[in-house]
Write a protein that binds this ligand. Structure first.
Ligand code: GLU
Length: 374
């Protein structure tokens, strides 16, 4: 029953119920403790992204709203008021430990659009490269659907997929996933491990029955997030955010806390699925020379210097097929440049991109992170 033993990149998700400890205001003692734990795992060389709720809770506290308003604009108003407050607290707390943070607000729709997906991914990669801790929340002001608690569970799974995290740690107010609602049924047992292809229906049913209204999405939304994340190659742990040293214990010590879900695919399989799903009859193609074929097969990126021809039309962020000198499809990937730009930089050195276009999205036309060989 060994869990994965080494994590390189993790997404930690904390919900409102953890940040408020079930009360009406943010619990600063809890927050400082979480921040310290995140700094601790980061100091061991693990890249960490934090998906944090609490925007609406902070707004509610500032406006002295005892109840959560029902109307969407009022919730959005509270999120707009509370989000800077939430970030001000995080800034102060991370500064205590010399941690540099960044605010990233996303809507789920952003991640469905390929160009925005690529931009979000590139930004997060840049932040991680510079050792900054991204703190992510849904951009509630422009969320197109009703803000539902639990949305951040789903968002955290999409983030785990976006940056190919190897662990999604969902911190909640229960010890883990149970066979029945533990608040109602004394015989409910903690499920230590879920490894099958599908989450067993009896566990899903028990979770559906346990949703509560107090700032958590309940177990049902944890399970659907876990399902999504494990299909993109991440392991998932659901456990209680108030356990002492919970983050380092799960991530550094691999202690068997809460419920562990095994990943159901490799990152490569999941990336391939995503990239191939974007290839259609009319997708663009990029012709490359023999040297570039060797570079791609060796795990390298596609640089403009290896490009010999551009076929069809595509925009930045679209899936393109990469064709070798004899016309065979060598790889698929997301292009950093539109077809028009790619035509202008084909054959150039990467250092010449900016002079040719007036701007540059990076040295690679297709970065190896966004590419699979066929
Ligand atoms: N984005 C909401 C907030 O910051 C929370 C959504 C959730 O809890 O899933 O208050």
């Amino acid at each position: 029953m060994v869990r994965k033993t080494h994590y390189r990149r993790v997404v930690v998700k904390v919900g409102t119920s953890t940040l408020t400890e079930g009360e009406l205001h943010l619990c600063l003692a809890r927050m400082v403790d979480l921040v310290r734990q995140i700094i601790q795992i980061k100091a061991s060389g693990i890249q960490v992204l934090l998906v944090s709720s609490g925007g609406i809770a902070a707004g509610r506290e500032m406006m002295d709203f005892p109840d959560l308003p029902r109307f969407l604009p009022a919730k959005q108003m509270l999120a707009a008021i509370g989000q800077p407050r939430l970030m001000a607290i995080y800034t102060q707390l991370f500064t205590l430990y010399q941690g540099q943070i960044a605010q990233v607000l996303l809507t789920r729709d952003d991640l469905a659009d390929r160009r925005r997906y690529l931009n979000a991914r590139n930004t997060l990669e840049a932040l991680l490269e510079y050792e900054v801790i991204p703190i992510i929340n849904e951009n509630d002001t422009i969320a197109t659907e009703e803000i539902r608690f639990g949305d951040n569970d789903n968002l955290s799974a999409l983030i785990a997929n976006l940056i190919e995290a190897d662990l999604l740690l969902l911190l909640t107010d229960q010890e883990g996933v149970f066979t029945a609602n533990p608040r109602l049924n004394p015989d409910a047992k903690l499920v230590k491990r879920i490894e099958g292809d599908r989450i067993p229906p009896e566990i899903l049913n028990a979770a559906n029955a346990s949703t509560n209204g107090l700032g958590t999405g309940g177990m049902a939304s944890k399970l659907s997030a876990a399902e999504l994340a494990r299909r993109s190659g991440a392991a998932v742990v659901v456990t209680n955010g108030v356990l002492d040293q919970v983050i380092p214990r799960v991530i550094l010590d691999q202690e068997e806390l809460g419920t562990y879900f095994t990943p159901q695919a490799t990152h490569l399989e999941s990336r391939k699925r995503f990239l191939l799903a974007g290839v259609t009859e009319s997708s663009g193609r990029i012709g490359i020379d023999g040297g570039a074929v060797v570079a791609l097969r060796g795990g390298g990126s596609l640089l403009p210097v290896g490009i010999t021809s551009i076929h069809g039309d595509f925009s930045r962020g679209q899936s393109v097929t990469i064709i070798g000198p004899s016309g065979q499809a060598v790889a698929v990937g997301l292009s950093n440049y539109s077809a028009e730009d790619a035509r202008r930089i084909a054959g150039l050195q990467s250092s010449q991109i900016e002079a040719a276009l007036g701007y540059a999205y990076g040295a690679e036309v297709v970065h190896h992170n966004n590419l699979v060989c066929l």
